[in-house]
Design a protein around this ligand. Structure first.
Ligand code: TXA
Ligand code: MG
Length: 318
């Protein structure tokens, strides 16, 4: 298959070209294969959610080549630093307070924290070094399927929905990275390739465990409680507009709003997902009385967009 290429120099250069162009490449890591995209480009990140068929925008893990880049993305507590020294590069993901603007809102699902890891796999390392920026990469499987541990698994799940699969053979661990939230007291969010005992050994203390089980998506700690709310009241499924309202449009805009931003003039849900968080932020800064949001069909990424809008609406206007 043309899409599956050897993870040699040429294959790695090809993957970097694809990622720079805002497209998707499946890459081997030491845990499972990841479906990677440029973390700074919401339109590229939206393609990940579309390809995976995720019902919601779960936040994604930011993968970086080295400590220098990792330290630019977040604030590290003493405990966090101990864990990075012991386990990076490697199959440990840390959730930390986010700093900077290198990772778009959509990739973080609008959270003010960020999940980061430095992968150890030589192919992933080579791609990250040559790419030079941050890659987000969820496990390269369709939502609800098990994670892919070989290039063939990835191809079986996605077919031609992704542009390139770098074949790096079977992955070493075959389970995902362990996720620890170190924004405050260390909390285990996902059991993974590094055991809780190993982590407790380094920290010199017991870990709290807060694995949130969602039957639809068993390893999705980030999605449940957190949501992005606007200060301005959100009015969903608007079919007409008052003059003092700002409008978040989808397709042909309703007439009469004081300000309009369009998620997608051509009613494309992938484009709409890419614009969602940025447009909400921009409209929120206008201090309009209300942000009216046009209805978005539940098809494709529309379901995830509506899920985020509903969460945002609940906390809005406060
Ligand atoms: O081993 C791995 O971690 C693989 C490889 C490809 O690196 N990646 C992976 O990604 O498993 P994914 O997207 O399938 O799982 C990431 C998990 C999700 O459950 C998400 O909810 C959680 O990390 N997550 C991401 N950002 C978070 C945050 N800010 N707070 C809490 N949880 C977060
Ligand atoms: Mg996964």
């Amino acid at each position: 298959m043309e899409q599956m290429v050897a993870a040699d120099r040429k294959g790695i250069a090809g993957a970097v070209d694809i990622l720079r162009a805002g497209r998707l490449a499946a890459l081997p890591t030491e845990t499972v294969y990841g479906l990677a995209a440029d973390a700074s480009k919401p339109e590229a990140v939206a393609k990940i959610y579309a390809a995976k068929g995720r019902p919601q925008f779960n936040p994604l893990i930011a993968h970086v080549a080295d400590f220098e880049q990792a330290f630019k993305l977040a604030l590290y507590s003493k405990d966090a630093l101990k864990l990075t020294e012991a386990f990076w590069p490697g199959p440990l993901t840390l959730v930390l307070p986010y700093l900077g603007d290198a990772v778009c809102d959509l990739a973080r699902a609008g959270l003010d924290t960020i999940a980061i890891r430095i992968p150890a796999h030589p192919v992933m390392q080579a791609v990250l070094k040559e790419f030079g920026g941050v890659l987000v990469a969820p496990s390269a499987n369709i939502s609800g399927h098990v994670s892919a541990t070989s290039a063939q698994h990835v191809a079986a799940d996605f077919g031609d929905k992704i542009n390139l699969i770098l074949d790096g053979g079977a992955t070493q661990y075959g389970v995902e990275s362990t996720i620890i939230d170190v924004t405050d007291q260390p909390v285990l969010l996902r059991a993974g390739a590094i055991t809780a005992q190993q982590i407790e050994g380094v920290l010199g203390q017991k870990l709290q465990i807060k694995i949130l089980h969602d039957p639809q998506n068993p390893s999705a700690p980030g999605q449940l409680s957190a949501h992005y709310a606007t200060h301005t009241k959100l009015r969903l499924n608007a079919t007409q507009i008052d003059a003092d309202e700002a409008l978040l449009a989808f397709g042909t805009p309703l007439q009469g709003a004081r300000e309009v931003l369009n998620l997608s003039a051509s009613a494309d849900p992938v484009e709409a997902a890419a614009n969602l968080f940025a447009h909400l932020r921009t409209l929120d800064r206008l201090n309009a009385k209300v942000i009216a949001v046009m209805p978005i069909p539940e098809t494709g990424l529309g379901a995830a967009i509506n899920d985020r809008l509903q969460r945002a609406a609940i906390g809005s206007g406060q």
